[in-house]
Design a protein around this ligand. Structure first.
Ligand code: CP
Length: 317
């Protein structure tokens, strides 16, 4: 089985991966040999801190090994096609994780692979991020079903897509809070596929204040994703009203106080603030929110490793 997009997983399957991730996190030593003599190849067409290190460290913790390999322009070195390269890798390793620019390239990798393939992010999906996000939300809130997540910012990006699919699959209500522009809103195609996948309707709001009202989770990501640099000027004009700042966070729950690092907040009841990272402080999120007691962004980043360890083991079964 492959994880090429979030649509590859049912609610039961996500539950299984999260259960396994929680067990590994609670007692990593018990899984110290779980990937013994197993090798993960990590193909990267785009830079990474979290994805690369969390996969490699996770494999090490389970007694396995990870190899980094850089690819460019959808090809291996000396223009060897993706398919031919993968047919070689099938003979050497047990699993492939690839961060490629185009979703069609991860699909090509999946078609040529006889071993599990994991999407480490494309321009359309970021499923490993969502698994870590769900693990984090479950840790702080004790459940997923019935919670509301407000995704604030670029509603058309890969992280927004994966958030909508994964969170709605788990019975969460999802509101995408974004500028009123087709490029910055969820595509009709994704919304229709979600309805077909798990029967959920995603709410789209262009008003930040009403969009975050009642949110248990406020999520944001960069306004200019990789590959969108030529749109930077227009995006910088459209997105400032959607900045996650103290004023916006205070609108989520009636007793949500303006924060400082000394406030004690009950994160089971108050909103948590999440970010896929890297963050551009002062743009999509302020320092004040990022460093507040509501922010769980570094715990979320840490959970990339535990969630992916669960995924790697689950895919080997
Ligand atoms: N969130 C995330 O995927 O981070 P990296 O780009 O550093 O891997």
């Amino acid at each position: 089985m492959h994880l090429l997009s979030d649509f590859d997983l049912t609610r039961n399957e996500i539950d299984g991966i999260l259960d396994l991730s929680e067990k590994i996190k609670a007692d990593p030593a018990k899984y110290g040999d779980a990937m013994k003599n197993k090798t993960l190849i990590m193909l990267f067409e785009l830079a990474s801190l979290r994805t690369r290190i969390s996969f490699e460290a996770g494999m090490n913790l389970m007694g396995g090994h990870a190899i980094f390999y850089s690819i460019e322009g959808g090809n291996f070195t000396r223009s060897e096609t993706l398919e031919d390269g993968i047919k070689n890798l099938n003979k050497y390793v047990n699993c492939i994780m690839a961060r490629v620019l185009k979703q069609e390239d991860i699909e090509r990798i999946g078609s040529a692979a006889t071993i599990p393939v994991i999407n480490g992010m494309t321009e359309v999906y970021h499923p490993c991020q969502n698994l870590a996000d769900l693990l984090t939300i479950k840790e702080y809130k004790g459940k997923l079903e019935g919670l509301k997540i407000a995704y604030v910012g670029d509603g058309g990006c890969n992280t927004a897509n994966s958030t909508m699919i994964g969170c709605s699959s788990m019975g969460m209500g999802v509101t995408v809070v974004c500028p009123d522009h087709p490029k910055y809103s969820p595509s009709h195609e994704i919304l229709a596929k979600i309805e077909e996948h798990n029967g959920s309707e995603i709410t789209v709001s262009h008003d930040p204040v009403s969009g975050v009202a009642g949110a248990d989770v406020i999520y944001t990501d960069v306004w200019v994703s990789a590959g969108m640099e030529e749109e930077k000027k227009k995006r910088m004009e459209a997105f400032p009203p959607f900045q996650v700042n103290t004023k916006l966070v205070s609108k989520a729950k009636p007793d949500c106080i303006v924060m400082n690092t000394h406030n004690k907040v009950d994160l089971a009841k108050q909103p948590i603030v999440m970010h896929c990272l890297p963050a551009h402080r002062g743009y999509e999120i302020t320092d004040e929110v990022m460093d507040s007691p509501y922010s769980v962004v570094f715990e979320q980043a840490g959970n990339r490793m535990w969630a992916q360890m669960g995924l790697l083991l689950w895919l080997q079964d």
